[in-house]
Design a protein around this ligand. Structure first.
Ligand SMILES: Cc1cc2nc3c(=O)[nH]c(=O)nc-3n(C[C@H](O)[C@H](O)[C@H](O)COP(=O)(O)OP(=O)(O)OC[C@H]3O[C@@H](n4cnc5c(N)ncnc54)[C@H](O)[C@@H]3O)c2cc1C
Length: 395
């Protein structure tokens, strides 16, 4: 496998780099390096303006097909885009749930009229989305969702009742994609039948969003209560009762291409940890030096696995090697958070220094990495069953 970048790819990289560098000076200088996991509360208005700036210049949804407002980039270029975004320390994207989860799902499973209605505002940065899957009794066992939707008496709307939990960015979202039960499973059917994938507007009386305070002290996610919430009858993706296949499609996008450029964000964080270690003399300790080197090796493994995945993905879909991606990056990042705390030592307990606080946030938020988008245990099940063909877990 040839790991060198072609001249065309290099010039694409230069184009992205120039755009990011220019954009993140001047008006947008304040958002550089802000937002994202653990810092999601930061600079909402400014980041929304940045989202729209990206949209206006064709730098959102770059992997979507051109007919849906994207650039139709190959996976390789898509990763280059993410790498350059991270290198420039572009802010955490407010539109990432729409761009990476809902949009690809509507492109794959939605009707032409749903595509016309919902995709352009994501591209433009005008509508933000949240993901309404998890409930108090449905997480890894997602098919257990108890939120229900029934047709309104007039038949032109769905009426939604129930509760979602851990709903990231629901407090800012304009829309939520909600996995809800619209019918009980038929005789002989599993509980995966009778679920529907509904698109529900968030700004209405029947929805209450209650923030959950996290270890970081911020509220990046929420409880969402639906009591008589309404959405139009046509806002079902993939057909009534067929939401399970659609929901699994979304999860595949969540664990797929969008995370391939992830290591560049981690590279920035490790550079930060290493700088602190050098400044404080911790880097002279042989054990700490070994751990810092090990973290660099982990990043290289991530980069090479991303390249290996890309090499096998000419058809545009990800192969078996992609299955290890989520487990690997989540475990790596949790370890990086622990390393950051050990490098800072007692100073990590002192709040107020922005450098210390930023690394402490990495530690606190990275505890969640091995839980969301499928916990490590669930990822191991997926690798065992789908990747290695081992017998299925008893259900
Ligand atoms: C920061 C963060 C953001 C999130 N954002 C969203 C969001 O926007 N929208 C949304 O819908 N959800 C969101 N979630 C919820 C997330 O998807 C769930 O937390 C996750 O699916 C796990 O579900 P659970 O918390 O109910 O844990 P459970 O499923 O109850 O799992 C508890 C423990 O049991 C283990 N376990 C469960 N089943 C198995 C099994 N079959 N084999 C082996 N071990 C098993 C798990 O690995 C875990 O360790 C978010 C979570 C976090 C932490």
């Amino acid at each position: 496998m040839d790991l060198r970048e072609s001249a065309d790819d290099r010039s694409f990289r230069d184009e992205v780099r120039t755009f990011m560098e220019e954009g993140l000076r001047g008006d947008f200088a304040a958002v550089r390096g802000r937002g994202g996991p653990g810092d999601e509360h930061a600079l909402f208005d400014e980041r929304l303006a940045w989202e729209r700036h990206l949209g206006a210049h064709g730098w959102t949804c770059v992997g979507w097909p051109k007919e849906h407002g994207g650039r139709g980039l190959s996976l390789r270029r898509h990763v280059i885009y993410h790498e350059e975004y991270a290198r420039a320390r572009g802010p955490g994207r407010l539109g990432h749930i729409g761009e990476t989860l809902l949009g690809p799902t509507v492109i794959a499973f939605g009707s032409p009229s749903q595509q016309r209605r919902f995709l352009p505002p994501i591209v433009a940065g005008d509508e933000l989305w949240c993901q309404g899957y998890s409930e108090p009794d449905a997480g890894s066992d997602l098919a257990n969702v108890a939120t229900r939707a029934v047709p309104s008496p007039e038949g032109d709307e769905w009426v939604v009742e129930g509760q979602k939990v851990w709903t990231s960015l629901a407090h800012w979202a304009d829309w939520c994609f909600v996995l809800a039960r619209t019918a009980p499973p038929g005789p002989g059917e599993s509980k995966h039948a009778g679920l529907s994938y509904l698109l529900v507007p968030m700004r209405q009386d029947g929805i209450e969003v209650r923030p959950i305070v996290q270890m970081t002290g911020d509220s990046e996610f929420n409880e969402v209560f639906f009591s008589g919430a309404r959405t139009a009858a046509g806002n079902v993706v993939g057909g009534e009762g067929r939401g399970w296949a659609v929901a699994m499609g979304t999860l595949a996008f969540e664990r797929g291409a969008s995370t391939l450029g992830q290591q560049l964000n981690f590279r920035n964080e490790l550079a930060h940890v290493t700088a602190v270690a050098r400044r404080t003399g911790v880097a002279d300790d042989p054990v700490m030096r070994q751990r810092l080197a090990q973290a660099h090796i982990g990043l290289e493994i991530m980069r090479l696995n991303a390249l290996r995945t890309l090499a096998g993905s000419e058809s545009g879909t990800l192969g078996r090697e992609a299955l290890v991606g989520k487990l690997y990056w989540a475990t790596f990042h949790r370890g990086l958070g622990e390393l950051a705390m050990d490098v800072m030592g007692a100073a990590a307990l002192v709040s107020g220094d922005p450098e210390v606080d930023a690394l402490a946030r990495v530690f606190l938020f990275s505890r969640a990495d091995t839980i969301y988008a499928g916990s490590n245990e669930i990822q191991r099940n997926i690798i065992g069953e789908r990747g290695l063909g081992l017998p299925r877990e008893p259900r």
